[in-house]
Design a protein around this ligand. Structure first.
Ligand SMILES: [Zn+2]
Ligand SMILES: [Zn+2]
Length: 152
């Protein structure tokens, strides 16, 4: 199926981009880092190939910091409004962890899996049929397959 390019950008409009190919997968992460960083109950992670992101306007600024446990966290943000557009995974430089809330149309963003459910908010009920992991999955392949073969 042909992928229709999906535009997105930061809150101030200085950076605009287009997702030009189907993502690798989309899952929700309930780890406490994601909760702290976003100020939300969980974060959506859309794994995409680096080449699937085409900049239309502006240039995101690289940001990096070392977490308390020593891991390095890198992302690219709008230099004006600081919206974090995507993470740059240290171990997989060819991938980006797109923050899919920055897409203009978010109605199609139904995660196929949920990770770190052990720190999920107690009121949260996972929808039937989705993949669930108590912590970090050893193998991302089931999440990749579930996205590829998702009903649509
Ligand atoms: Zn901005
Ligand atoms: Zn997380």
């Amino acid at each position: 199926m042909e992928f229709e390019a999906r535009p997105g950008g930061c809150v101030c409009g200085a950076v605009r981009y287009e997702l030009v190919a189907d993502p690798v997968t989309l899952y929700a992460c309930h780890c406490t880092d994601c909760q702290t960083e976003t100020g939300a109950s969980f974060a959506l992670s859309m794994i995409v190939n680096r080449e699937s992101l085409a900049l239309l306007r502006g240039s995101p600024e690289p940001r990096g910091c070392r977490l308390e446990d020593g891991r390095e966290k890198r992302s690219e943000c709008c230099p004006r409004c600081n919206t974090s557009l995507w993470g740059v995974p240290a171990r997989y430089p060819e991938l980006r962890n797109l923050h899919p809330g920055t897409l203009d149309d978010t109605a199609w963003l139904e995660p196929v899996g949920h990770i770190w459910t052990r720190s999920a908010q107690p009121w949260l009920r996972l929808p039937p049929g989705v993949l669930g992991y108590e912590g970090q999955p050893d193998d991302m392949l089931p999440l990749v397959r579930a996205w590829k073969f998702r009903p649509r």
